[in-house]
Design a protein around this ligand. Structure first.
Ligand SMILES: [Zn+2]
Ligand SMILES: [Zn+2]
Length: 258
């Protein structure tokens, strides 16, 4: 079994549960502890059944529940050292497991590998999670797609990637000052729909079955625009068979089985 359940996605919070036959891991914990516990319960999982929480980066929309849940000393928190340093004051009691980027490590029955993503945090990462010949790549906060991320995601069975904004809607947004628009478009900001689509076109192989579009802007994007753009690029790559979803915009948890 390889099951991905998106518990939350977007600026209000991010958390993804990945389950195998004997392992459940959480990627990020960006909801309140109460909501996260409820979301896990909706998937039939209690904290005792979670072998580890993998942290992409220290921003609060990815770590909101950590201070609370890390008081449970049996829960392992996986992060690279710089991200852990950025979080240490907030969560002094955590039971840390440090990983190095690009060095695979095991969490229960999963093999996990972290890779650097360009984002405005201490040492932000995305993850590849592998088990039984299938793999899931997650890259949810990134300003652009460097070649090593294309390599990390190529051949994946499922990909969760940021598809933050429609370039025209952002350009014409009357509420955001030019400096904010510049930050979003910068190399440490967020991916547009077209950038996410171009990435998908590069990594799509016949093995790819599911695309999850993450971190959609509420006012500079829509699920329809993001999905249509991704679909167009995937069809150009000969991968019209892939299912595409925007989990933050529909009922949660959103579940995908590989
Ligand atoms: Zn962030
Ligand atoms: Zn984020």
């Amino acid at each position: 079994m390889f099951e991905i359940s998106v518990l939350a996605s977007g600026s209000s919070g991010n958390a993804v549960l990945v389950r195998g036959d004997e392992t459940a891991i959480l990627i990020d914990a960006g909801l309140s502890a109460r909501r996260l516990t409820e979301s896990l319960a909706a998937c039939g999982v209690s904290w005792d059944g979670v072998q580890g929480v993998l942290i992409t980066h220290e921003h609060v929309d990815h770590t909101r529940a950590l201070a609370n849940v890390s008081r449970n000393r049996t829960l392992s928190i996986y992060a690279n050292r710089m991200t852990a340093d950025a979080l240490r004051k907030k969560i002094p009691e955590a039971r840390w497991n440090f990983f190095s980027n690009n060095s695979p490590f095991a969490v229960g029955g999963f093999e996990v590998e972290a890779f650097h993503v360009p984002h405005d945090a201490a040492a932000p990462v995305g993850f590849v999670i592998r088990s039984d010949g299938v793999s899931f790549t997650l890259a949810t906060d990134l300003g652009y797609v460097p070649p090593h991320i294309v390599k990390a995601a190529s051949g994946a069975s499922a990909v969760m990637v940021e598809s933050n904004h429609d370039a025209d809607l952002l350009q014409n947004d009357p509420k955001r000052p030019p400096s904010v628009k510049e930050r979003i478009r910068s190399k440490h900001g967020h991916l547009s729909n077209d950038e996410a689509g171009a990435f998908l076109k590069q990594i799509a192989t016949p093995a790819l079955r599911h695309v999850l579009l993450a971190h959609l802007s509420e006012d500079c994007n829509s699920p329809g625009l993001a999905t249509d753009t991704a679909r167009r690029h995937l069809e150009q790559a000969g991968c019209g068979h892939v299912t595409i979803a925007c989990p933050g915009s529909g009922p949660l948890p959103h579940r995908v089985v590989l």
